[in-house]
Write a protein of this length. Structure first.
Length: 403
């Protein structure tokens, strides 16, 4: 469920349109009260990335890269006690040629709660909603909500982030408050965001045609026990897209992605232990060329320990594991068939991180990664897998601001 933080305004016209829409829900006499509910927020993060071999988010192996920037602005307003209008615009540069840095609508919903009391809440959101995948997906681009600069790449892919980021459609959520905890359920139906990153991963970037999203479904059940001391969640989705070919003699292809994610977390006063495990079934079929089709089940998991100290400091240690195909964990079969280096089919990442909340609005972070494998390496930075190195190291430093 999206909190009432919400959307950015890049122009007076955009703000005026939102206010006109909001006021249309209430009598003119209530306009002043409606304006009291308006909230505006924003954030900015800039990172510096250095790696010893493979490039990540820009030319990081050639003197370092500053091509990892996140800028967002959001707004919300409540024109009626049961209605919330919320949206966020995001500009995110993550390596490549910078074309992905164009501001885009991250989420934008009309949130209606027909029923809410001390025991339960029932609501519906219409518009572009953030997908409830795992613990961090819905707020993944806000540095202050992340335990590290990079989220575990085995679960929260930056390589194909558009696939799981958001959907255009409708989602229904329910919250049940029990004596021992809270159960939250969310189910949504809509069209996924099938971006260029997904097309590159399927090796269709040079094939004439378009990748079009299809109606998809997603859901999550989450339980928070004893004020959040123990948190458990189960997420599942069926994301679909279709590649419509413009090449003579080439048929169209259908892509299906079905992840299941189990998430567990224990929170003590000064430390937290978090783990998530996922099975990811992916298929691409329908092409006349059999080398373009695939049917694989991948496996992902991580275990993460965070420790808070000196009030505003936190350190982290994490082990993160990704296998693209459970039937070919080492990637040897993939390499023998001419698909590329075996190390492109897995990644094992040991991460050490440190965060300092200088003030409530300023965050400094640093982290070190030692990686065996390149399965989650973004293809816009390393388009030729044969030129990548199996074992590599990476340092990241980040400054984050919010208002």
């Amino acid at each position: 469920m999206i909190e009432s933080k919400s959307l950015p305004w890049s122009s007076r016209r955009s703000r005026s349109l939102l206010l006109m829409l909001a006021l249309g829900w209430a009598p003119a006499a209530m306009a002043e009260g409606v304006m009291d509910t308006l909230q505006l927020h924003g954030f900015l993060s800039q990172a510096y990335v250095v790696s010893d071999h493979n490039d990540f988010f820009g030319p990081s192996s050639s003197g370092g890269s500053l091509k990892y920037t996140e800028i967002g602005a959001n707004a919300s307003i409540r024109p009626h006690k049961d209605v919330l209008l919320a949206a966020q615009v995001l500009s995110r540069r993550a390596g490549g040629d910078g074309s992905d840095a164009r501001p885009a609508l991250d989420y934008g919903v009309i949130d209606y709660q027909p029923f809410s009391n001390q025991q339960r809440t029932l609501g519906i959101q219409i518009g572009r909603f953030k997908n409830p995948l795992g613990f961090y997906n819905q707020t993944r681009d806000v540095a202050f909500t992340r335990p590290s600069i990079l989220l575990p790449q085995s679960i929260y892919f930056d390589r194909t982030r558009s696939l799981g980021l958001a959907a255009d459609g409708m989602t229904v959520y329910h919250e049940e408050r029990l004596p021992t905890g809270i159960i939250r359920t969310q189910v949504g139906v809509g069209d996924i965001q099938a971006g260029d990153d997904l097309r590159r991963t399927m090796r269709l970037e040079d094939t004439p045609g378009s990748l079009e999203p299809r109606r998809s479904a997603i859901g999550q059940v989450r339980y928070e026990h004893d004020g959040g001391r123990i948190v458990a969640a189960l997420s599942a989705a069926n994301a679909r897209a279709r590649f419509v070919s413009d090449a003579p003699g080439m048929s169209d292809g259908t892509f299906d992605f079905q992840p299941w994610i189990l998430s567990l977390q224990y929170n003590a006063e000064l430390w937290s232990l978090t783990g998530e495990y996922a099975l990811r079934h992916s298929t691409l079929d329908g092409f006349a060329n059999p080398f373009l089709n695939f049917d694989v089940t991948g496996e992902s998991w991580y275990l993460q320990y965070t420790r808070r100290f000196h009030e505003n400091w936190q350190w982290l240690v994490r082990y993160d594991s990704l296998v693209s195909n459970r039937d070919d964990r080492s990637g040897s079969t993939f390499e023998a068939m001419g698909g590329g280096p075996a190390h492109t089919q897995y990644a094992k990442d040991i991460t050490l991180g440190l965060q300092w909340r200088v003030t409530p609005r300023v965050l400094l972070a640093a982290e070190y990664h030692h990686i065996d494998g390149t399965a989650w390496l973004p293809l816009q930075d390393e388009p030729d897998p044969s030129e990548t190195r199996r074992r590599w190291n990476m340092l990241l430093f980040q400054l984050s601001l919010r208002f």
